[in-house]
Design a protein around this ligand. Sequence first.
Ligand code: IMP
Ligand code: MG
Length: 336
Amino acid sequence: MVKKVPCTVVAGGFWGDEGKGKIISYLALKDRLDFCVRTGSVNAAHTIWFEGKRYALHMVPGGFVNQKCRLLVAAGANVHVAQLLREVEQTGVKNRLGVDGQASVIEEKHSAQDKSSEHLRGLGTTGWGVGPAIEERVRRTAKLAKDVPELASYLADVALETNRAIDSGKEVLLEGTQGVLLSLFHGSYPYVTGRDTSASAICSEVGVGPTRVDEVVLVFKSFVTRVGTGPLPEEISKEEAIKRGWFETAAGTGRDRRSAPFSFELARRAAMVNGATQLAVTKLDCLFPECQGLREYDRLPVEAKRFLERIENETKVPVSLIGTGANAQDLIDRRG
Ligand code: IMP
Ligand code: MG
């Protein structure tokens, strides 16, 4: 495996909350990312621990932890202006953020529509209004970023910048949100989000063609979680989840996350649909507590190694990054 790659896509393998934020922040520092491009919308929260502080970012790209990294929001993204500006303040990235003028804008009315729709409530949406906002975009009546005065100083041609960056050999990361099982096309419809969340869709939102991508890092957690309604095979009770140390609440909405054991079958399909070239497996320490904080593969207990080998055998994709704790640096990096 090659360590330094010009263009990497990071996508989620299950129902979101796999730990993409952690993986992205690690890569941003380790691979000295030059560009990090955020797709999707405000419904996603990427949790990042950096210098002892926890960030739950809904809009600012996770690459912010690297001071040199240019941060972009894709044309296909859906921007919540107030949330973006709050996070810009919080992360201090004003001078290195760019928002594509063609990105659509999510407004208060969309959230109201989301929350008052019995149908959408029944799907267990986050309530941010992403479904209604994208409906508007499809109807071609949506407001775009270029029409918002507060965003004037941030406007950028993200497709052009990103492709130029790739041309000149810069380190570029395209940041996906949620997971493939929440994809409008490939997920458990209708219990999905309002857009395709697969690796190809991430590229499409940015305006980067499939031939320009070198690595697709698909992120799995060591167990499966989902928030909202819809099927979750082999779901365990909240009590059982607490007992196993798997119980989580959503970074964005604070709701309980439902949980289930790792599914090799779902992982296989996710690897296929995303064209994964590498896998990241996070929270290995929740499955095997002895792994907590380890940074060397050889020191993993044999059962943990067996678990990872089985993932590789089933998906035919190497596990290159293994999360062993909350901090960006609690990670085993098997690349190159
Ligand atoms: P919406 O995306 O807010 O419309 O919600 C649709 C479904 O996607 C619901 O089941 C949400 O819980 C789920 N969802 C949306 N964003 C996320 C996320 O970032 N993590 C986990 N689930 C999400
Ligand atoms: Mg999340």
